[in-house]
Design a binder for this molecule. Structure first.
Ligand code: 5GP
Length: 182
């Protein structure tokens, strides 16, 4: 049970660091043939902040020419989605005619991923694929075109490995379920 002094959350470990690392390696092996051995570079798009750890582990396992790009969106306040997605940090370059991999931490209602897919498609990439480390199938509120998924998980709030609660817990190397709030 992990606990941080100034936060009241009780956590129970759910996905160990070892399990995550081994699935990330498998995902990289699934993704690579879709982009490589073509010599064209892949633009790997990290959705900040939650995806940063997954993204940095994943791109190190992809054996090809990669350009790193970062996006930030806001849609959550505390533990609930506001339903309205806003891009707060845009890409630094055009993606028209390029190979693009969108890397998300978690798909819950699917609203953020759905929005980002449409948003990126409007910029006319040649080949857009999507990967999410976690998917909560029971929470989906919209159809969501995910090409690769790390783990399907129950509809519980999770933290760690980049995922936060009020800005904390991102640095945990594993993923934990929130057990209680006191
Ligand atoms: P969606 O739009 O699919 O409802 O939500 C996607 C975003 O909500 C994720 O990128 C993530 O920031 C946040 N989110 C959804 N579920 C969880 C969760 O269980 N834990 C944390 N920490 N964030 C979540």
């Amino acid at each position: 049970m992990a606990q941080i002094a100034n936060l009241p959350l009780r956590l129970s470990p759910y996905l160990s660091a070892e399990k995550i690392q081994s699935r990330v390696k498998e995902l990289a092996r699934e993704i690579s043939p879709h982009f490589f051995p073509s010599s064209e570079p892949l633009i790997a798009v990290c959705v900040l902040k939650g995806s940063f750890m997954f993204y940095s582990d994943l791109i190190r396992e992809l054996d090809g020419n990669i350009e790193c790009e970062f996006l930030a969106v806001s849609s959550y306040s505390g533990m609930t989605s506001s339903g309205e997605v806003k891009v707060t940090l845009d890409l630094n370059r055009a993606i028209e005619g390029k190979n693009v991999l969108l890397v998300e931490d978690i798909v819950d209602t699917g609203l953020t991923m759905n929005f980002l897919i449409q948003w990126l498609k409007s910029r006319k990439p040649k080949n857009l694929k999507t990967v999410a480390l976690l998917l909560k199938p029971d929470a989906l509120k919209t159809k969501c075109d995910l090409d690769f998924v790390g783990f399907k998980i129950p509809n519980d709030f999770v933290v760690g490995y980049g995922l936060d609660y009020q800005g904390y817990y991102r640095n945990l190397p594993y993923i934990a379920q929130v057990q209680s709030f006191n």
